[in-house]
Design a protein around this ligand. Structure first.
Ligand SMILES: [Zn+2]
Length: 177
């Protein structure tokens, strides 16, 4: 597999403007920023998309993004930030290493992250609602299950799903040009 540029940056093999680092994450100034102070927050290990991250790492990453956002408010004298993830190729992801963008915003900065709102009728909205609810139902069930299971059982189950995750990851990699 070709070297991942983001891994190289995260592990300090390539020069970058590092503004934050801990055991799991690195934040650097985007070399081609949307606005001055545009930061990308990167996991040190290689994960192609958000779904590959553990619950703990996702929590830690978004907590840290929020803290970094506060730091930019203070240091750059700005009035807002956009915090977003390009999760998958159709969402604009160009490098198969997940990252969170933190973009400082001021009024009239001419950064365009807006979209044209679509009009769906009630039936279309309801169809989408049902489809998504069918899946989000499982989120609650899984959480409850985790709580009730003894630790040993959970460990086994995690081992069991590793293979699935690996396959999913490979599929994702194949999708990315
Ligand atoms: Zn990588």
């Amino acid at each position: 597999m070709a070297k991942c540029n983001i891994c190289e940056i995260a592990n300090g093999n390539v020069e970058s403007k590092k503004v934050y680092e801990d055991a799991h994450l690195v934040a650097i100034l985007h070399p081609k920023p949307a606005t001055p102070g545009h930061i990308i927050l990167i996991p040190k290990h290689h994960y192609p998309i958000l779904e590959n991250l553990s619950n703990d790492l996702i929590g830690h990453m978004f907590n840290t993004a929020s803290k970094i956002s506060s730091s930019i408010f203070e240091s750059m004298n700005i009035h807002g930030t956009n915090i977003f993830v390009q999760n998958g190729v159709p969402a604009g992801q160009t490098i198969p290493h997940i990252m969170v963008h933190i973009i400082p915003r001021n009024e009239n900065d001419n950064i365009n992250l807006m979209w044209q709102p679509k009009k769906l009728d009630q039936e279309e909205l309801s169809t989408v609602e049902l489809k998504i609810k069918e899946e989000t139902k499982n989120i609650v069930i899984q959480k409850e299950k985790e709580k009730q299971q003894p630790v040993e059982e959970r460990k086994l189950e995690q081992l069991g799903t590793d293979g699935e995750e690996e396959n999913y990851l490979l599929k994702q990699l194949r999708r990315i040009p």
